[in-house]
Design a protein around this ligand. Structure first.
Ligand code: MLT
Length: 278
């Protein structure tokens, strides 16, 4: 693995940058870091250049002053992704995958910088904004993390992140995920929760996205269920200029790339090959 670090708008951001070929960018979910993509990073690098950032505050990436208190908007994380691509001198359009929170960020990249997107892979994510109750729960978790001085309040998400089969039969996946959450900071949790609480409902804008898309969801996803994916995939297809495909992956809950890495990676690799005409 080759970690690289860049200063983007005064903030040190880190990303994995491995392999050679057309680029695939992987945006992690909350409250995680780029290591959730380890299986994909390992497998895709033989055909692609794989860029897996740590979003601002997570993993080895810093926050700016005030981010924890004010929250980091999905637009800001998206601008960071573009800043990283600029630092890496990748100006060609990329295949961009984002899981859950990474998906919220990917929508903003695709809507604000359409010329930078060759193909979009929204995974286990949502297009709708939060209802009042989950929004309030985000502010609560942000406060609880800051009070605890660590990410422990986010561990409450664990039961919903993985499918029943993974929890029962693959305890090593649960252990990896728990350790990943535990090593994130209180500030990163607070910044992201406050940012996600204020994120916009993008459903009315999805017909503006003309890049081809592959929408992926774990069949047992309890956070962003398959039915929601089918709804936003139909909205994406409304532009008529793009090819929108959907893939439901068995033996997986919300953390599809970790729970069924082989099926997930194969779907992304086939889509990227199609996008790049390989
Ligand atoms: C994630 O996996 O990124 C989170 O479930 C996103 C969210 O809390 O909405």
């Amino acid at each position: 693995m080759a970690q690289r670090q860049f200063n983007v708008d005064g903030v040190r951001l880190a990303c994995e940058d491995v392999g050679a070929g057309p680029p695939i960018v992987l945006l992690h979910g909350f409250p995680l870091d780029h290591t959730m993509w380890n299986a994909q990073i390992a497998a895709l690098q033989s055909n692609f250049r794989v860029i897996a950032p740590d979003l601002r505050g997570f993993g080895a990436s810093q926050l700016a002053e005030g981010d924890a208190e004010n929250g980091v908007g999905m637009e800001r994380y998206a601008a960071d992704v573009i800043g990283l691509l600029d630092s890496l001198q990748i100006s060609e359009p990329v295949v961009l995958a984002g899981l859950s929170m990474g998906g919220y960020v990917a929508w903003q990249v695709a809507l604000r910088w359409p010329d930078r997107i060759r193909g979009l892979v929204p995974c286990d994510t949502r297009a709708v904004a939060d209802a009042d109750e989950p929004r309030a729960a985000r502010f609560k978790m942000a406060e609880a993390a800051m009070q605890a001085g660590n990410s422990s309040p986010a561990l409450a998400m664990m039961p919903k992140l993985l499918g029943a089969e993974t929890r029962e039969q693959r305890p090593e996946v649960e252990a990896l995920l728990r350790a990943m959450i535990e090593r994130q900071t209180a500030e990163a949790v607070a910044a992201a929760q406050r940012g996600m609480a204020r994120r916009e409902d993008v459903r009315g804008k999805l017909d503006k996205i003309t890049a081809d898309s592959l929408c992926i969801v774990g069949a047992e996803d309890a956070i962003s269920p398959p039915a929601e994916m089918h709804e936003f995939a139909a909205l994406l297809a409304k532009s008529g200029d793009d090819d929108v495909r959907i893939t439901e992956i068995d033996h997986a809950g919300h953390m599809t790339p970790m729970e069924n890495p082989a099926a997930f990676t194969a779907a992304v690799a086939a889509f990227a090959k199609k996008c790049y005409r390989l």
